[in-house]
Design a protein. Structure first.
Lengths: 282, 233
């Protein structure tokens, strides 16, 4: 039971870090970013290649930083021009970006599966409540919570965090208050992509690397964002933790229904609260 | 007197609908210029185009600088400020955060003076959505005044206010325009406020300039009476 709960926490933490990137981009650009799963995958592959040569820490940094740069380029070339467009256009364009990035990964790394060993210091097991639990999975929980804390402190108390919160309410009004939304956009989309890349590489020793990993997790990260209420970090956190537990216990106790549970939960929550757990009603 | 804000040939179309057609307007420092007209006349669209929120055609000159191609935040930092028709523009932010937001980009941080002027010190740490409607209006006006702008565009600042609150707001506007030498362009439906504070009036009708002049001559103009005030004016 405890091991299941901890596994749920691990998966929920990963989902939260990944979904935070989606929430950041949607909040500022109002773009539902279907390429986010591909960013997660690209971060995992780049981090994997660097980690093989220079070690795990370098791989984690490379996955985050490289994807941050990809995010900045994406914002300047794509997202900036999608802000005021029909949502259907944003879906088609970002899905196109997803396909392009997925093909780049297949061309560079091939279609076979890769596994990455956790760093030596985190390769062992830790005994929790009499049950052995992989130390690396505890690292995932710790790293994800640390990132969540940094994000919350920055948004709540940071000067630029205030600008991001204002621009997320209404970018054009924030601009009329003097906020440099032209600079804020690339920075925030870059940060969102860096979160995707970071979650991709820290997931690598836990899940394997393969070209479908982006599409598999993209759907769940959208479920997290929708249940949480698009644009709400608190909602995304609660929703990711719920889905993590549902995944962990569902796989053990009702394996036939496990893959359906997130969508059933989403349906129930949207009927009860259409704006999501943390969303504001219109 | 040289105009601080000069708008020339301002036009804006939505599809085939002409919301504004070649509207010219000048606002001088220390003066309040009223912009009135029936609903749909293009008043808010005019402010949106001049402030850069909406892309239109024509020329906007602030002081000596053509700012027509400038982004809204650049216009704001150059001294072209505006308020919005809706209140509580950032409802989940506290009043203090909103002033910090606006003050983050100006050299002259006058927020303390504005907070005292509008008597907002008691609600600084309250979310904007939780303060009274009248206070929300004052917060919006205060935000537009952070950094002492040279030109102030106000979009229906008295909407929803009681007669006493509107009267109080009108006093503030006159004081700001005269004392700070700010050029104010005021879009407003409350005719008491308009005739109390405006030095010049421009009337728009279906996106076109109908007439411009001193308030008393505009009020008695037959075209304006027919288009806007009706027979009771």
């Amino acid at each position: 039971m405890l091991t299941n709960a901890l596994n749920g926490l691990v998966y929920g933490s990963l989902l939260f870090v990944l979904s935070s990137g989606l929430v950041l981009v949607y909040g500022l650009r109002r773009v539902v970013n279907f390429s986010h799963g591909a960013l997660y995958m690209l971060g995992a592959y780049i981090g994997y290649s660097i980690a093989l040569r220079y070690g795990f820490t370098a791989g984690v940094l490379a996955g985050g930083i490289a994807l941050g740069l990809v995010g900045i380029v994406l914002d300047l070339l794509v997202f900036r021009n999608l802000s005021d467009r029909n949502p259907l256009v944003t879906v088609i364009v970002t899905f196109g970006v997803f396909l392009v990035l997925e093909d780049i990964v297949k061309s560079v790394w091939g279609t076979q599966n890769y596994t990455l060993d956790p760093p030596a210091a985190l390769a062992g097991v830790v005994e929790i409540g009499g049950n052995p639990f992989p130390a690396y999975r505890l690292f995932i929980i710790g790293a994800s919570f640390l990132m969540a804390m940094i994000l919350v402190v920055w948004l709540k108390f940071g000067r630029t965090g205030l600008f991001v919160r204002a621009a997320s309410v209404d970018p054009s009004v924030a601009a009329m208050c003097g906020v440099r939304t032209d600079l804020l956009g690339p920075a925030v989309v870059g940060l969102g992509a860096a979160f995707a890349g970071f979650s991709g590489i820290i997931a690598a020793p836990f899940l394997s690397l393969h070209p479908a990993m982006g599409s598999e997790i993209l759907v769940l990260s959208f479920v997290v964002s929708v249940i949480g209420g698009l644009g709400s970090f608190v909602g995304a956190f609660v929703s990711a933790m719920l889905l993590g537990q549902m995944q962990a216990f569902g796989t053990v106790y009702m394996p036939e229904l496990a893959s359906l549970l997130p969508f059933l939960l989403m349906s129930f929550i949207l009927i009860w609260r259409p704006q999501g757990l943390g969303g504001r009603s219109a | 007197m040289t105009a601080l804000l000069q708008c020339r040939n301002i036009s804006k179309s939505y599809g085939g609908v002409h919301a504004l057609q070649k509207v010219d307007l000048k606002v001088e420092p220390g003066r309040v210029h009223g912009l009135i007209g029936p609903n749909g006349a293009g008043k808010s669209t005019f402010i949106d185009v001049v402030s850069g929120r909406t892309r239109g055609s024509g020329t906007v000159i602030l002081g000596d600088t053509d700012v027509s191609g400038f982004a809204p935040n650049r216009r704001r930092r150059m001294g072209l400020s505006r308020s919005f028709q809706r209140t509580s523009i950032f409802p989940a932010l506290t009043v203090r955060s909103q002033f910090e937001l606006a003050a983050g980009w100006v050299d002259n941080d006058n927020t303390a003076d504005l907070i005292d002027m509008f008597n907002l010190r008691g609600v600084l740490d309250v979310r904007a959505e939780e303060i009274s409607y009248g206070q929300q209006r004052l917060v919006d006006l205060g935000l537009a005044l952070v950094g002492t702008p040279r030109v102030l565009l106000l979009d229906e600042p008295a909407a929803g206010l009681s007669a006493a609150e509107s009267h109080h707001l009108a006093d503030h506007l006159l004081d700001i325009a005269r004392r700070w030498n700010v050029a104010v362009l005021l879009v407003e439906h409350d005719m008491d406020v308009i005739f109390k504070v405006c030095d010049v009036l421009t009337v728009l009708e279906t996106g076109k300039l109908l007439i411009e002049g001193p308030p008393e001559s505009v009020r008695s103009d037959p075209k304006v009476i027919q288009a806007y005030f009706g027979s009771t004016a």
